[in-house]
Design a protein around this ligand. Structure first.
Ligand code: FMN
Length: 408
């Protein structure tokens, strides 16, 4: 082989290759280093006390439901179609009677100010800026009214747990209607609390208790503790006070006697759209729609309730076939990537909800962190749609996806 001739490097050749970036600091710069939800999760873990991180990241029992849901998304196959002119792209959808700029919204999550002091308001403001719906939980740490005041332009959904104290539940429903929430999301997969073993082991309480272990854990995470101690106290906006573990609280509140009759009764009382969240069989989806639901959420609560529950994604094709156009189908559990969203939409979901994917962003950096989560998912979704040859959400179809052959 002839030898490649060599010469001494010249400064003039090297200079144009050198790019020294001006050093940048601050939350947004730090968050911009994360390009995936997993990277935001790693940042979140470094910045959040263990009990709060585990409460968010963990699931029930052996956490099999959550792992299977994520694995099903990872293992599915896409079938791209070529030469479709994807120069323009429309990611918007109509959901429950209004337009969302993106085909996903923020799922209801309890105790959100525990993860980061900006909590529910960060979620609602980020959703407002992204043009997507925000769902406030019954177990919120910011009131219905305060969220509405902080993000008056966001489409607000309110998630309801039916409590043993029905008067209190109805009080919340009426307040939600008065504060401009247009959709009631009734969560039905919590007759009792799931066995969140990480919380049991961490002795998780609200507000957090100071033990030698939590104090040690706080040393590398001073910012979180400064926030906790210098901002309004962490309390439940819908409860007067509570000083026990989360599991004790959930068991004291949730009403195991809730039935389909309660849905019919809520349908009469609530003037807006009604959504039933936590559906895990095709038959129950049908019954919920017959009881008056405008949409169902196929969900196993992010694996936080029954372990070894069905993977919601695998229920989609059959549920879509059974409901036809009678009701809309929303899906959650396990979404960590824009590709997961594309797959759910292709298999028949009208919309998806994100839980941990936004909470990792919140823990990593408050409001800009939630914005980063949404941004990452949007970028991934848009690229995936283009690579599949779909110019709009309506063009995503079951032929674009096959589920893994060996379903968990
Ligand atoms: C920390 C945390 C708190 C949650 N709190 C509630 C809640 O108060 N009400 C509810 O209906 N669902 C709650 N969920 C379930 C979410 O609404 C959603 O179903 C789940 O997070 C979806 O799974 P994903 O986290 O994999 O996206 C919670 C989930 C998490 C992670």
């Amino acid at each position: 082989m002839p030898r490649t001739p060599r010469r001494f490097p010249r400064w003039g050749d090297l200079a144009p290759l050198i790019r020294f970036r001006r050093p940048a600091f601050g939350r947004r710069h730090r968050l911009a280093q994360a390009h995936t939800i997993e990277e935001l999760r790693a940042m979140a873990r470094r910045r959040t006390p263990r009990a709060a991180f585990d409460y968010t990241d963990g699931a029930a029992d052996a956490e099999i439901s959550l792992e299977r849901a994520r694995a099903t998304f990872r293992e599915l196959t896409f079938h791209p179609e070529i030469l479709r002119d994807v120069s323009t792209l429309d990611t918007s959808v109509e959901i429950l009677g209004a337009t969302s700029r993106l085909p996903f919204g923020i799922a209801p999550t309890g105790f959100t100010r525990l993860m980061h002091t900006e909590g529910e308001i960060a979620g609602a403001v980020a959703a407002q800026r992204a043009g997507i719906p925000y769902t406030l939980s019954t177990m919120a740490t910011t009131s219905l009214e305060d969220v509405a005041a902080a993000a008056p332009g966001v489409r607000r959904w309110f998630q309801l747990y039916m409590w043993t104290d029905r008067e209190r539940s109805i009080g919340l429903v009426d307040r939600a209607a008065a504060a401009g929430y247009d959709t009631l999301v009734v969560t039905v997969d919590v007759p009792v609390a799931g066995a969140r073993l990480r919380d049991v082991r961490n002795g998780m309480t609200i507000p957090p208790t100071l033990t030698p272990r939590t104090v040690l854990d706080a040393i590398p995470r001073p910012r979180w503790w400064v926030d906790l101690l210098t901002t309004p106290p962490l309390t439940f906006a819908s409860l007067n006070s509570w000083s026990g573990t989360i599991a004790e609280l959930l068991d004291a509140m949730f009403d195991p006697s809730v039935s389909f009759d309660d849905l019919t009764w809520l349908r009469e009382r609530w003037p807006g759209k009604l959504v039933v969240k936590g559906i895990q069989t095709v038959e129950d989806a049908r019954r919920a729609v017959d009881a008056g639901a405008d949409a169902v959420v196929l969900s196993n609560h992010g694996g936080r309730q029954l372990d070894r529950a069905p993977v919601p994604l695998t229920l989609l094709p059959e549920t879509r076939a059974a409901l036809g156009t009678d009701a809309e189908i929303i899906l959650d559990t396990g979404i960590m990537h824009g590709q997961d969203i594309a797959a759910a939409l292709a298999l028949g979901a009208d919309f998806v909800l994100i839980g941990r994917a936004y909470l990792y962003g919140l823990m990593a950096g408050g409001l800009p962190g939630v914005e980063r989560s949404i941004d990452i998912l949007e970028t991934q979704l848009a690229r995936t749609m283009r690579l599949l040859g779909a110019r709009s959400v309506a063009e995503l179809a079951p032929r674009h996806v096959t589920l893994p052959r060996n379903l968990p």
